[in-house]
Design a protein around this ligand. Structure first.
Ligand SMILES: Cc1cc2nc3c(=O)[nH]c(=O)nc-3n(C[C@H](O)[C@H](O)[C@H](O)COP(=O)(O)OP(=O)(O)OC[C@H]3O[C@@H](n4cnc5c(N)ncnc54)[C@H](O)[C@@H]3O)c2cc1C
Length: 459
């Protein structure tokens, strides 16, 4: 099925984009990777200081590994947990620079539109025969490249969610931007001076928020004046503690355990049910308000760190026929598997080309971007996605449909908090993709198949 004339444009040279290119190369297709940053792993390098919760063994794609081995790579210890920086230096960089992938990667190239050559979105006739045309800017003006298929693996890192609880910026958020950071600033490294000795409010309840609170507590050991206020929108802080000892990714479980210890010992001020609406300046500090500007609940802090997740940039897909879940902004078929409203499992069943295809034939969303606004993406899931997508592009339907991955479980399912995961709950997720789209996971499907209510994931 080798077809060197078949071109696959991959948007983004993150772990998933590079894996897609490695699979394409292995199948005899011609990948063109378009990366907006100066080098591969540009987004990962922004969180270089963060220790990953998945060990090396989970973070390396199989096709990429084969390319690296050919190039004489020193494989890292699969049991070790790299930082984002180590992932970039010891895996992404050699993959991009020292393997056969190198000539296929263009950096400093930011994609600004994807179209069907000569056709706008409304035109149907001839659409499936027209090549994709990907326009990009590279500092010297706009240029374009044509491709037979497009895998959009551009991630979400550069589109953090705003602080406002209703999904838009809180009133005054932009005006006070100088005291607000998004994502996971390096509070123990480059950003230490900014936060040492200050009262820092951390908004969010995912891994980034938890990790930041833990780091700020470490900073407090050196700078005892540092105070931490944890603002969470939900009412139950325990939900953020995760699967603890039941988490098959031990580091992720330990992070939750460490955080639970800090919260339960009163080490941080906790403000549950805090739905931020206003940010203003008050006496040289930030006044963070939840409710009416004049007189609602509020917290005073010197700095705010917003760790409320990310959202996809859909702007350059404007002329593509895409179908996304209205809430999650992810491919429609993927939504029931990852919807945090329905499905509290951190584990998501493996999926591929079938779930990720779009009405525009040949266009796929993959990697972190494919999850839209859902928070549970694992790199390993992305590697399985692109293995299947590239197989579909190459015309190997059997391989595209096959599931070659079993994912680790969090041990929290159906809302069980740390320490309360029952045997049923912890066995809820993982396993190959069920075929019943109403089932949230393998155990759910099996339970429904014999007439039971399901495993409880979606309750
Ligand atoms: C702090 C943090 C820790 C994480 N830890 C783990 C972990 O331990 N284990 C795990 O499995 N997952 C983890 N993840 C989740 C996820 O696996 C990573 O975010 C991973 O980097 C996603 O890979 P990706 O290739 O989909 O996207 P990214 O790594 O975000 O790569 C996307 C690339 O696309 C480029 N790009 C963006 N827009 C454009 C454009 N318009 N044109 C051209 N290029 C563009 C970006 O510069 C970037 O290089 C973590 C995420 C974060 C944020």
């Amino acid at each position: 099925m080798s077809d060197p004339d078949k071109t696959v444009a991959v948007i983004g040279a993150g772990p998933v984009g590079l894996a897609a290119a490695a699979h394409a190369l292995e199948r005899g297709l011609r990948p063109i990777v378009l990366e907006g940053g100066a080098c591969a792993g540009h987004a990962v390098r922004q969180w270089a200081h963060v220790r990953m919760f998945s060990p090396w063994g989970y973070n390396i794609d199989k096709a990429a590994e084969r390319l690296l081995r050919e190039a004489g790579w020193n494989e890292p210890d699969p049991e070790r947990y790299p930082t984002g920086g180590e992932l970039a230096e010891q895996y992404l960089e050699p993959l991009a620079a020292r393997t056969a992938l190198g000539p296929h990667i263009r950096t400093h190239v930011r994609v600004i539109s994807v179209v069907r050559a000569g056709l706008d979105k409304v035109k149907t006739a001839g659409r499936d025969k027209a090549p994709f045309e990907i326009r990009y800017v590279n500092g010297a003006g706009a240029e374009s490249v044509r491709a037979d298929a497009v895998i959009d693996a551009s991630g979400t890192w550069f589109q953090p969610n705003p602080a406002g609880a209703n999904g838009v910026e809180a009133i005054g958020e932009a005006d006070n931007a100088a005291r607000i950071a998004y994502g996971m600033p390096d509070v123990l490294g480059g950003a230490r001076q900014r936060y040492a000795g200050r009262t820092v409010a951390v908004l969010g309840s995912g891994h980034s928020a938890i990790g930041t609170v833990i780091d700020l507590k470490r900073l407090q050991e050196d700078a005892p004046e540092t105070q931490v206020v944890w603002l969470l929108r939900g009412d139950n802080p325990e939900k953020a503690f995760g699967g603890g000892a039941a988490d098959q990714l031990a580091a992720r479980g330990e992070l939750g355990l460490a955080f639970a210890g800090i919260v339960r010992s009163g080490g941080v001020r906790v403000e549950p049910g805090f739905r931020l609406t206003h940010v203003s300046e008050a006496g040289g500090r930030l006044r963070l308000g939840a409710g009416p500007a004049c007189c609602g609940r509020h917290v005073l802090a010197d700095e705010l760190i917003v760790a409320t997740g990310f959202r996809p940039d859909l702007s350059f897909l404007r002329e593509m026929r895409i179908e996304l879940d209205p809430a999650l902004e992810c491919p429609r078929l993927l939504a029931p598997l990852i919807d945090p409203n329905l499905h509290s499992c951190g584990t998501v069943r493996p999926h591929g080309a079938r779930e990720l295809a779009q009405p525009e034939p040949g266009l796929y969303l993959a990697g972190m971007k494919s999850y839209g606004r859902a928070p549970t993406f694992l790199m390993k899931t992305g590697y399985e996605q692109v293995r299947s997508i590239v197989a579909a592009i190459a015309g190997d339907r059997a391989a595209a449909e096959r599931v070659e991955l079993v994912l680790p479980e969090t041990g929290v399912c159906g809302g069980a908090a740390l320490g309360s995961g029952s045997a049923t709950a912890s066995a809820c997720c993982g396993g190959p993709a069920p075929t019943d789209p109403s089932a949230c996971c393998k155990a759910d499907e099996e339970a429904k198949a014999v007439g039971n209510a399901g495993c409880g994931c979606s309750s």
